[in-house]
Design a protein around this ligand. Structure first.
Ligand code: GAR
Length: 204
C-alpha cells in the first residue's frame, strides 16, 4: 500500500522537486506525494506541485489567531486527506507541540548543517561565519524543539576558502536532494527504529 506524503514548504521547493522525482524513479518505493502545503502564497514549491498535478494549498498564517490554531487547521486538513508522513522541506514555521504530538514520529525535517551545530533559520551562514571546515546536512524526526529531534541521516560537505553562503548552500542542496529521498524511503519502509535519541537504521 502506497503511503501518502504531505510536503510542507515555504520557498523554492528544490527538495520537494527531488522528493517527487524520487517517488517517480523508485528511489522512494512505498510513498507518493499526495499534497503540498505552503505558508507563503507565492512559494515556488506550490507551482512545482501544480506542474506535477499534485494538490497544492496555501495556508495563510493571517487567517488564524495563534500558531496553535494554525496547526489545528493544518492537522485537520492533513488527517482528512489521510496523510501518513509529513515532510518539512524548507518550511520556515516552528510546529507547535499539538501538531508534533498528533503526528509523532511521522514528521521529518531537513536542516542545512550538521546538527546539533547551527540549528535555526541561518544554518549555512552561521557555519560559514564560525569558520568551520566541514558542515553538511541532517535529516531528523521533528520534536517540540528547534532542530532537536532524533537524527536519521547526516552527510558532510567541505567548506572552501572562497565559499560564500550561496556557493556553500548550493553544494549542501545537492547533497540534500540525495539524502532526503533516501531517508524518506527508509522511514516509509519501517527501516528506522528510534531508541531514545538514536535512530537505528536497518540497511538490509
Ligand atoms: C534547504 O536547504 C533546507 O535544508 C533549509 O531550507 C532550504 C530549502 O530549500 N531548511 C532550513 O534552513 C530549516 N531550518 P528548498 O526550498 O529549495 O527545498
Amino acid at each position: 500500500m502506497m503511503k501518502r506524503i504531505a510536503v510542507l514548504a515555504s520557498g523554492n521547493g528544490s527538495n520537494l522537486q527531488a522528493i517527487i522525482e524520487a517517488t517517480e524513479s523508485g528511489v522512494i518505493r512505498d510513498g507518493t506525494v499526495a499534497l503540498v502545503v505552503s505558508d507563503r502564497t507565492n512559494a515556488y514549491a506550490l507551482e512545482r506541485a501544480r506542474k506535477k498535478n499534485i494538490a497544492a494549498s496555501y495556508f495563510s498564517p493571517h487567517k488564524y489567531s495563534s500558531r496553535e490554531e494554525y496547526d489545528r487547521g493544518l492537522v485537520t486538513y492533513l488527517e482528512r486527506r489521510q496523510i501518513d508522513l509529513v515532510v518539512l522541506a524548507g518550511f520556515m514555521r516552528l510546529l507547535t507541540p499539538y501538531f508534533v504530538l498528533i503526528f509523532q514520529h511521522r514528521i521529518l525535517n531537513i536542516h542545512p548543517a550538521l546538527l546539533p551545530s547551527f540549528p535555526g533559520e541561518h544554518g549555512v551562514a552561521e557555519a560559514l561565519a564560525y569558520g568551520v571546515k566541514v558542515t553538511g546536512c541532517t535529516v531528523h524526526f521533528v520534536d517540540e524543539g528547534v532542530d532537536t529531534g532524533p537524527i536519521i541521516l547526516q552527510e558532510a560537505v567541505h567548506v572552501y576558502n572562497d565559499d560564500t553562503s550561496e556557493s556553500l548552500h548550493s553544494r549542501i542542496h545537492a547533497v540534500e536532494h540525495r539524502l532526503y529521498p533516501k531517508a524518506i524511503d527508509l522511514v516509509l519502509r519501517d527501516k528506522v527504529t528510534i531508541k531514545g535519541r538514536r535512530c537505528i537504521i536497518d540497511e538490509g
